[in-house]
Design a protein around this ligand. Structure first.
Ligand SMILES: [Zn+2]
Ligand SMILES: [Zn+2]
Length: 174
């Protein structure tokens, strides 16, 4: 989704509040369930376009313990400034500063809200999500999902010799 911003760009102090509803950004490293939504307020501060607001989505991730798919709400508070183009004597905007593009998000009268959402929401996706705080995970021995019941693997053995060594160490500490 790209917002047309030519009006804001040409008038210092101009502001617009825009409701956002769009599909998941195509390049994202996460998958959304439903749209990305929120509100952005754009302000021309003279030298910058100030973008403030909130974006939210529900993303599909794998439980870090049992790998089941879970839906997690994520949201991001946006507060970012993008340099505005410079205008020459004839009022023609220049989108490059010393040969570098002003921004990949703000380019040629368009604000790339999809890219803005991709960058901010990917940081909000939890790195170790769980389907449930009590998730039992997967047995490292047989691979069974332990939420569906116990497996038949033997319980981890306590090595008798190590137990004896521990007792000795405990004694020597006294
Ligand atoms: Zn789980
Ligand atoms: Zn097992």
């Amino acid at each position: 989704m790209k917002l047309e911003i030519s009006e804001i760009i040409h008038r210092v102090g101009q502001q617009a509040t825009v409701p956002i509803t769009m599909p998941c950004p195509a390049e994202a490293d996460f998958t959304c369930q439903g749209p990305v939504s929120g509100t952005l307020t754009l302000t021309n501060t003279g030298r910058h376009l100030l973008v403030r607001g909130d974006l939210a989505a529900t993303v599909q991730v794998e439980c870090s313990r049992c790998l089941k798919e879970v839906l997690v709400p994520v949201s991001a508070r946006i507060e970012e400034e993008f340099p505005l183009p410079t205008f020459d004597a004839r009022g023609v905007p220049h989108w490059e500063i010393e040969g570098e593009p002003v921004s990949t998000i703000l380019e040629g009268y368009h604000l790339d809200v999809g890219e803005l959402a991709r960058q901010h929401l990917s940081l909000a996706v939890p790195t170790a999500p769980v389907c449930d705080a009590a998730c039992q995970g997967i047995c490292p021995g047989c691979g069974k999902n332990l939420n569906e019941g116990p497996c038949t693997c033997p319980p981890p053995e306590i090595d008798e010799r190590l137990a004896g060594l521990k007792a000795l160490l405990d004694e020597s500490e006294e």
